[in-house]
Design a protein around this ligand. Structure first.
Ligand SMILES: [Cu+2]
Length: 107
């Protein structure tokens, strides 16, 4: 029983500390292009361009190109597995970013 209690406690603590991390899309760049987050965190991409649309395409997750994000739009994704996840913008393949997911950022 004690172990179960500990696991439940850990899960609760983990969810309390799950964070939202913002990546801005501006002047055809992901800012910052490289981020490190903890497992369970959510990344929110916000298009803050005046006119230009973009998208956030994780080709390893999605074979089809996702919908465009127009200025003011945002896209969110929660990372539940460890690893390095590169992405790019479908219309502008030179726009690239990477999300590194680690067990915990608190050390
Ligand atoms: Cu783009």
């Amino acid at each position: 029983m004690k172990l179960i209690t500990l696991i439940i406690l850990w899960l609760n603590i983990h969810s309390v500390f799950a964070q939202e991390v913002i990546v801005e899309i501006y002047k055809k760049k992901f800012i910052p292009a490289q981020i490190t987050i903890a497992k369970g965190d959510t990344v929110i991409w916000k298009n803050i361009e005046k006119r230009q649309y973009h998208n956030v395409w994780f080709k390893q997750f999605f074979t089809e190109e996702p919908d465009y994000l127009f200025p003011g739009d945002s896209y969110r994704y929660t990372f539940d597995q460890l690893g390095e996840f590169p992405y790019e913008c479908g219309p502008h393949p030179k726009m690239q970013g990477i999300v590194k997911v680690v067990n915990s950022k608190v050390k």
